[in-house]
Write a protein that binds this ligand. Structure first.
Ligand code: ATP
Ligand code: MG
Ligand code: MG
Ligand code: MG
Length: 481
């Protein structure tokens, strides 16, 4: 079954249960001061839950374009390194606005997963809220008993408030949630008992696919809870994870949702995915992921820019450039070439990209070109530093620091270039220079974000380079592989 067919089956299933299928909201939110990007299917229905608007239908389902790179949900650092967190992903969801509640939601999710999608029952785990005495919250016994009809008790795990109780904010609708996890370990891994407590944090092949939230309380200002007059259901299932399970893959990237882009990248770079260099593979995955986030954000009206939401998109784009520059040895704009394939792939579900394909391609090309030029200037600085070495085989920590600070070269990039020239970099010296700078710049006026420090261009200053903190983080990440 293809990813498209799997998406359609979800929608058809809920249509057959009386749901109206609605379009995805844009990935960019223009009029919500609390959120820059859609990060869950429920965002567009917030006013129904808050009682500000009346829902036109009691039962709704859709696939929602989501982006999790800022705010409460920021998965960026996992992307490409693990196999199931994306920047942009599709969240399949079904909703009840004051209509059905736990019984139908649980029974239908089980029916869909085991009878329509035919996931073996013994590979499914569920989690249920265990209660929280300090907060005066009870265990969700109702959900527990409903699951007991289908799932043996050793696979019903109790979870804490953090994982199994959802709140919209300090006040407002809230309630327990129940998650469904799939055990995708190989039979050998399963036989070896690998993965002590089987939820996604413990084993990379046991992943959460679906969350069902039951909004049944209203949290008041004094922190107390009152029952909601109308109870709601809000669910979200990651399409890419579901497709990975159904296509029997060990990674979301091995599904047809990503492989077309990965193959296109192979053609453009002359390199192969799945070889012996794990850093190259991370780069392939980062590109296949990031191009989706960038393209759909631009198509929905968020251009890359130097502040706010636009900066989030610019940062994702530059992260992708850095990966192809560092690990696929690509020196000219590449990402924009992936846009037409993506637009074609999604034409039937999110036609907004295909309609603007030339525009999106052009915006990305310009951005890549500009950033590559900065990288190019940094490279000239490396050449000059190498010419000054006087026979030494080590690039000093101070030079590596300057490259990072001024040209946005993270240490790993300088190391990569040094390696090509048979040189090494004085890492200790780099750390020392970094520490001095960090101590000195605590009171700096820079806006400190994950990958880069950017100053306000209007104030007459411009992009100056990566932040060291995150350069640190990334270096650690690469070492781990
Ligand atoms: P995880 O614990 O894996 O980070 P989550 O608990 O943060 O997931 P929810 O907020 O419950 O996720 O979202 C509902 C569903 O959306 C998840 O069960 C998962 O299938 C999917 N999902 C969440 N974050 C991502 C992501 N970054 N990439 C792909 N799918 C995701
Ligand atoms: Mg998460
Ligand atoms: Mg989770
Ligand atoms: Mg969850």
């Amino acid at each position: 079954m293809t990813g498209s067919e799997i998406r359609q089956q979800f929608l058809d299933f809920f249509a057959s249960k009386g749901h109206v299928i609605v379009p995805s909201a844009p990935i960019v939110l223009k009029n919500d001061p609390t959120l820059k990007f859609t990060n869950a299917g429920m965002n567009q229905f917030k006013d129904y839950f808050l009682g500000n608007k009346k829902a036109p239908h009691h039962r709704v389902a859709d696939t929602q374009k989501c982006l999790r790179v800022s705010g409460k949900h920021n998965d960026l650092e996992e992307v490409g390194v693990d196999t199931y967190h994306h920047t942009m992903f599709e969240m399949l969801g079904n909703w009840s606005f004051g209509d059905y509640f736990k019984k139908e939601a649980i029974e239908w999710s089980w029916e869909l997963l085991t009878e329509v999608y035919k996931i073996p029952k013994d590979q499914l785990y569920v989690t249920v809220f265990q209660g929280d005495a300090a907060e005066n919250l009870e265990k969700d016994q109702e959900a527990y008993d409903l699951w007991k009809q289908f799932v043996p008790e050793e696979r019903i795990l109790l979870g804490n408030k953090k994982d199994n109780f959802w709140e919209m904010g300090e006040t407002g609708p809230c309630g327990p949630c129940t998650e469904i996890h799939v055990d995708c370990r190989t039979p050998a891994e399963r036989a070896a008992g690998d993965g002590a407590r089987l939820v996604n944090a413990d084993h990379p092949q046991v992943i959460e696919i679906w969350n069902n939230v039951f909004m049944q309380f209203n949290r008041l200002k004094d922190k107390s809870l009152e029952p909601l007059p109308a109870k709601h259901v809000d669910t979200g299932m990651g399409l890419e994870r579901l497709v990975r399970v159904l296509q029997g893959k060990q990674s979301n990237y091995d599904t047809d949702l990503f492989m077309d882009t990965i193959h296109a990248t192979e053609k453009l770079t002359g390199q192969t995915y799945g070889g012996s260099d794990s850093r190259k593979d991370v780069a392939f995955r980062v590109l296949a992921d990031h191009i989706r986030a960038i393209s759909f954000a631009i198509a929905d009206g968020q251009l890359p820019a130097s502040n706010e939401a636009g900066y989030v998109i610019r940062r994702i784009l530059r992260r992708a450039v850095r990966y192809y520059f560092s690990f696929l040895e690509v020196r000219k704009p590449l990402l924009h070439e992936l846009v037409p394939g993506l637009a074609k792939q999604f034409a039937h579900v999110f036609p907004e990209l295909e309609k603007q394909v030339d525009f999106v391609k052009k915006v990305i090309f310009e951005e890549e070109n500009n950033f590559l030029r900065t990288l190019g200037q940094g490279l000239e600085r490396v050449e000059a530093a190498v010419a000054d070495l006087n026979g030494s085989k080590v690039i000093s920590g101070q030079v590596a620091f300057e490259l990072s600070d001024t040209y946005g070269f993270p240490l790993d990039l300088t190391q990569l270039i040094a390696q090509e020239k048979g040189l090494t970099v004085d890492e200790k010296g780099f750390e020392a220079a970094l520490k001095i700078q960090k101590d000195r710049s605590r009171a700096a006026t820079a806006l400190d974000v994950d990958d880069w420090v950017v100053l306000d261009e209007k104030a007459g200053v411009k992009f100056i380079g990566y932040t060291h903190l995150s350069a640190d983080t990334k270096i650690t990440k690469y070492r781990k592989i």
